[in-house]
Design a protein around this ligand. Structure first.
Ligand SMILES: Cc1ncc(COP(=O)(O)O)c(C=O)c1O
Length: 302
């Protein structure tokens, strides 16, 4: 087949709007220090790496993974403080969760809204899924321009509004009250994307039960596990069970499921070990009228 024939076929069958796009380009940093993907710069200690490697060898790669990663989902819900009664699904990075949300909401003419500048995937995935995209500029302090946001909500009736909290690339938290007002005024879903929650002093996770149209998305990418590709979306079962229908089975591979559980276990082990060190240090302070009080795990065990 000649190149011209191939090009004609592609032109006939590939959507015009997809042909007009450029593929997402990640520049090679060469010898420069790579900061643009907001990765965590710290690697695991050698001892932890060796332990991980030795256990990795026993992973049955001949088998499909647990299709819904139930054990890991439960563990992540604990670590992320997902409120009781909420449901979660996992994604191959939160990128995949954004895609799942948009696929499920993409009725003809439905609108994705976000405050700009923000994470570029909201707009890109809106285009991939044939949704309309409305970006509303932030104000000069990088806060939500509430007048413009509320007017755009009224005009465009967005199916979904994405709010990165803290925002990327501006790095700030939006006013809590503004975000609450947007959730209250939105006719559709509001996704609070807490990719950087570990570095922020506030979260909307505890407010999931206060709103019927709020879901919270997080990722382990910025916590030093970007290579695993793992995100979590939590919220009311009514939304999450619909999103789960468009999630591909086995989307979290065995190596990721194992490695994330391993990392989370190590983290708790480390915190428990730190707690012992702190307890001993505090015991040494007894003369200064300080007596350590045993906390959760010991109380549960007793
Ligand atoms: C605000 C925001 N959301 C989501 C993501 C994507 O995270 P993941 O690596 O889980 O796909 C990023 C990555 O930079 C981000 O900045």
């Amino acid at each position: 087949m000649s190149d011209i024939v191939k090009r004609d076929m592609v032109k006939r069958w590939i959507r015009d709007d997809i042909r007009e796009l450029s593929a997402y380009h990640v520049p090679d940093p060469g010898k420069m220090i790579k900061l643009d993907a907001m990765e965590n710069p710290y690697l695991w200690p050698d001892e932890m790496k060796q332990q991980w490697l030795s256990q990795l060898a026993d992973i049955p790669v001949n088998r499909y993974p647990d299709p819904s990663a139930a054990k890991l989902t439960k563990r992540l819900e604990q670590v992320m403080n997902v409120p009781e009664g909420m449901r979660s699904i996992l994604g191959n990075g939160s990128d995949e969760l954004i895609q799942i949300i948009c696929m499920a909401l993409a009725k003809p003419d439905s609108v994705v809204m976000a405050a700009e500048p923000t994470f570029v995937m909201y707009q890109m995935i809106a285009r991939f899924t044939n949704m309309k995209y409305q970006g509303i500029p932030l104000d000069s302090e990088f806060q939500l321009d509430m007048e413009a946001m509320l007017e755009a909500i009224e005009t465009h009736q967005p199916a979904v509004i994405f709010l990165a909290y803290p925002n990327n690339p501006t790095g700030n938290l939006f006013s809590q009250q503004d975000v609450k007002t947007i959730i209250e005024m939105a006719p559709g879903l509001v996704v609070v994307d807490e990719a950087y929650h570990a570095f922020a002093g506030h979260s909307f996770m505890p407010m999931l039960s206060d709103y019927d149209n709020l879901v919270v998305m997080r990722t382990v990418s910025k916590m030093g596990l970007a290579g695993l590709r793992l995100g979590i979306l939590s919220g009311p079962d009514e939304w999450l069970s619909e999103f789960d229908k468009v999630r591909l089975p086995y989307n979290i591979n065995v190596l990721t499921q194992f490695s994330a559980e391993f990392a989370l276990e190590q983290q708790t082990d480390q915190i428990c070990a730190d707690r012992e060190i702190l307890k001993e240090a505090m015991t040494g302070l007894k003369n200064h009228q300080c007596s350590p009080f045993n906390s959760t795990s010991e109380l549960i065990g007793s």
